[in-house]
Write a protein that binds this ligand. Structure first.
Ligand code: C2E
Ligand code: CA
Ligand code: CA
Length: 853
């Protein structure tokens, strides 16, 4: 009976009587469970344990030993390899038996096959876990209430960390919870529903704890009735939707913020779907454009009509591109607002995709009118000359480009004028920069007054101005306009600290014929300006194609001239100066000669201006000075009569270096007595500088013992005033006064006046360029001291000069003359070289005017 019971329960009995025997007794049921064949039921522990898996054998041995030692009962669960390798779960129980003295005398127990039981338990645990997992991942929990609506402990409790736990709601009713005031009324209604035993779904309420943290719960439940139909409570689920709520609130807030940002950033969104007749405008876009949502129909046609200039075309092109490429594009457009004002918008557009195909275009539109306006103002700042408020060079070039563009597109004509102030540098140097600035401002005002409000006037930098006269005065003569400018800027200009005398030179290029690009136009106007300066400043000149060549030639000349001294192609020639009273050659004028390697002899009238404008004259002039002094000294040393040497000095030499020091150094170096050096200065020297400074330098030169001659008198300003104040020794009357003096009484009168006046001032008068005997005769009659002209000799090489001089003196002596001075040679035709039979090397005859002015 017992045995059967044991078998059904899948149980066996075991007993161990002796602690160290290593054997035990097992019941036949257990022998079966262990699959150990035994007759008397005795087996070794080793054989028993062999059937167990994992660490069960060791566990069994340890527990058995402990039971023998201190009588501790035990249960060991272990996996056992049963029939057909089936894995079984066995639970081994062991218990000690003690004698009357309390000593352990026997250990016995049962072994239970718990395989089925374990599996069932595992299954249950698994399903419970599954439910718990499900509930917890759904962030829900289950709840139950009793018939009094009080929360009960629920079996599946996944309410960890939720409101349920936090409130320890067990025993409370839902309406006992600390709901927020705004939910109280709804909670009352809920209570009435629940008391009426109605099911409810998604009842949402918020509770707020003492620490102010709120939780929002969404709950659903239904009443439960027992089989007899009496109400036992509610069962349901709930969710903590606080985070969801927060997220929703945040999203709402973000949407509001975005709205606000769009409003403040003046952004609106728009879109359209392919094939739809209308564009979809967000309310903001209507607001931005100032149109009414009710009345404005956003058809493509209506929308496009709002775009100004080429904005609409560009927008369509951009949209086509994004639809083709799937990319994004932005562009700035101008749109006509409802009130008729133009507004600037930045538009972005992006293709809208649907299932991999382009479905339409979406985009934003931002009002950037203010930004554009600021940008325009900034540009204006960047494009204007802060001093005069005129356009600056950058803006000027832009304007010129657009004028040229119009010339080609519309066939219009225009012109470009470059203006250079004369003597600005001197004002700046003598009166200071503040005065210079003031002067420029005044010039700007005068230009504006002279040219009218429509003319485009710019200051290109320094004292350079440019003008593009108002378009449409095509008939106007640009040369005349240029002269108007010169006139407007010539004369005294009142400044805070005195008066400035400036003048202007203007170069004109007619557009588009004198320049089809900005650079060409600028270059040609500049060439015209250059030519005007060369022609003597204070004038306007219009560009002519020949200028380009002429200027190129000059540049080329400049390049060659630089090497001329070193190359030995520059020489000084000497022209005799004859004293009429004694018929003696009392001096020579030193005149530069240049034999250009390709072009042959070139007139100083051509290359001296080049040397002057390139600054080369400073070195060149010093070279001539030294060379001439050396030559004069050498003639002295060779025993020739004492004669002066006259050297021409350019203004640049005079101002650009410590001139008197250079002169005294040359004198010391060459050993020429200072009184044998005469420096020839022209009236242009007085132009650019203060008389004070001029006087100082001249006095210093006089102090050295050097003589000073005023050259070319009568050709320029002819101010006798200078002569009374400045320490000149000599006056050289220009050839233009001498020429024709024998035949024209009025010339003779004029020359007579000049000579008389000069002599009255104690000056020695030298007449230049006498070519005829008749002229010499008249000059003698008028009381002229010296004559320098082809009638006596041309400039000759240094080795020939003393011979020429003695020939002149000899022949003068040889020929009895009625008048104090009568040159031997019969006047040859003007400019004709000396005849070869006199054996002297005569100067080459230099050709026509230097450049094609
Ligand atoms: P300038 O100082 O007035 O020199 C006198 C010019 O008149 C010389 O021309 C001379 O050859 C020319 N001449 C003399 N007698 C007659 C005449 O009877 N008939 C004609 N038609 N001409 C006569 P050149 O040598 O061609 O020099 C031209 C100018 O070049 C000079 O005018 C002077 O201003 C400048 N120049 C020459 N050498 C130098 C130099 O070393 N330094 C500087 N700074 N200028 C120089
Ligand atoms: Ca001279
Ligand atoms: Ca002269």
């Amino acid at each position: 009976m017992l045995a059967r019971a044991l078998k059904i329960a899948r149980m066996g009995y075991w007993r161990c009587d002796e602690r160290d025997s290593g054997t035990l007794w097992i019941s036949p049921e257990l022998a079966l469970m262990y699959r150990l064949p035994t007759e008397e039921g005795r087996v070794t522990f080793e054989a028993v344990r062999r059937g167990y898996l994992d660490d069960a054998p060791a566990e069994l041995a340890r527990n058995l030993v402990r039971c023998w030692t201190d009588g501790q009962p035990y249960v060991v669960r272990g996996r056992f390899r049963g029939e057909n390798d089936a894995i079984l779960d066995y639970a081994v129980h062991g218990e000690a038996e003690r004698d009357e003295y309390g000593r352990v005398v026997q250990v016995s127990g049962i072994v239970r096959d718990v395989t089925d039981e374990t599996a069932a338990l595992a299954r249950l645990a698994q399903s419970e876990q599954r439910l718990a997992d499900f509930v917890s991942t759904a962030s829900d929990w289950c709840w139950e209430t009793d018939e009094q609506h009080r929360f009960r402990e629920t079996r599946i409790d996944s309410s960890e960390g939720t409101v349920v736990r936090e409130l320890r709601v067990v025993g409370m009713r839902r309406w006992d919870l600390p709901v927020v005031p705004q939910d109280r009324e709804r909670m009352e209604q809920h209570r009435r529903d629940v008391e009426a035993h109605q099911s409810f779904r998604d009842f949402v309420y918020t509770v707020r704890f003492a620490d102010g943290v709120g939780r929002t719960v969404r709950s659903s439940g239904k009443p439960v009735f027992d089989p007899s139909g009496s109400f036992v409570g509610y069962r349901g689920t709930a969710t903590d939707i606080s985070t969801l709520r927060e997220t929703q609130a945040l999203l709402d807030q973000r949407t509001d913020a975005l709205r606000e940002a769009q409003r403040m950033g003046k952004i609106g969104t728009w879109s359209y779907r392919l094939g739809e007749p209308r564009v979809l405008w967000a309310p903001e876009v209507f607001a931005l454009v100032g149109l009414d949502r009710e009345t404005f129909d956003t058809t493509h046609e209506n929308v496009l009509a709002r775009f100004l200039d080429d904005s609409g075309e560009r927008l369509i092109a951009a949209q086509k591109r994004v639809m083709r490429t799937g990319g994004t594009e932005s562009l700035d457009v101008r749109v006509m607002r409802a009130d008729g004002r133009a507004a600037d918008f930045a538009i972005t557009c992006k293709a809208e995709m649907c299932d991999g195909a382009v479905a339409g275009v979406i985009g934003t539109m931002q009002d950037i009118t203010e930004r554009k306006e600021t940008q325009r103002q900034l540009e204006e700042l960047a494009y204007s000359d802060p001093l005069t408020g005129l356009a600056n060079r950058a803006l000027f070039k832009r304007q010129l480009a657009s004028v040229l563009d119009a010339c080609f597109r519309q066939g219009t004509a225009s012109s470009l004028m470059l203006i250079d102030l004369d003597r600005f540098k001197e004002v700046n140097d003598s009166l200071g920069h503040a005065a210079g600035d003031e002067l420029l401002t005044r010039v700007a005002i005068r230009l504006r007054d002279a040219l009218g409000p429509q003319a485009f006037i710019a200051r290109l930098g320094g004292d350079e101005f440019a003008v593009i006269p108002q378009r449409g005065d095509a008939g106007q003569d640009m040369l005349e306009l240029g002269e108007t400018i010169v006139e407007a800027l010539t004369g005294p200009i009142d400044l805070a600290n005195g008066e400035a005398f400036v003048g202007a030179t203007v170069g004109v290029a007619n557009l588009p014929e004198d320049g089809s690009t900005v650079d060409d136009a600028m270059r040609n106007a500049d060439l015209a300006l250059y030519m005007a300066k060369e022609a003597g400043r204070g004038r306007a000149m219009v560009f002519a194609p020949a200028y380009a060549q002429a200027v190129e030639q000059r540049l080329d000349l400049g390049r060659h001239l630089r090497h001329a001294v070193d190359a030995g192609t520059l020489h000084a020639h000497y022209q005799a100066q004859v004293e009429l009273a004694t018929n003696k050659v009392v001096g020579f004028e030193s005149l530069l000669r240049w034999n250009h390697p390709e072009r042959g002899p070139i007139s100083p009238a051509e290359f001296i201006p080049v040397a002057e404008s390139s600054g080369l004259i400073v070195d060149l002039g010093l070279w001539v000075l030294r060379e001439s002094c050396r030559q004069a000294r050498s003639w002295l040393d060779q025993g020739y009569p004492t004669r002066t040497v006259s050297v021409n000095v350019s203004p640049a030499q005079f101002w650009n270096m410590d001139f008197e020091t250079a002169v005294s150094a040359v004198l010391a170096e060459t050993g020429l007595p200072p009184n044998l050096l005469c420096l020839e200065l022209t009236e242009s020297l007085f132009l650019d500088h203060s008389e004070h400074r001029l006087n100082r330098t001249l006095s210093a030169l006089v102090g050295l013992g050097v003589r000073l001659a005023l050259d070319d008198f009568g050709s320029g300003y002819s101010s006798l005033g200078y002569l009374t104040r400045l320490p000149f020794d000599r006056l050289k009357v220009d050839r233009s006064f001498v020429e024709g003096v024998a035949t024209r009484p009025e010339k003779r009168k004029l020359l007579g006046g000049i000579i008389a006046l000069s002599r009255g001032l104690g000056l020695t008068v030298v007449a230049e360029g006498a070519e005829r005997q008749s002229e010499v005769r008249v000059l003698a009659e008028l009381g002229c001291d010296l004559v320098q002209g082809f009638v006596f000799a041309r400039p000759v090489a240094p080795e020939a000069a003393p011979l020429v001089a003695s020939a002149i003196e000899r022949q003068v002596v040889a020929a009895p003359a009625p008048l104090p001075a009568a040159p031997v040679r019969q006047a040859s035709p003007p400019l004709a070289p000396l005849e070869p039979d006199d054996g002297l090397q005569a100067d080459a005859d230099y050709g026509a005017a230097p450049i094609g002015v």
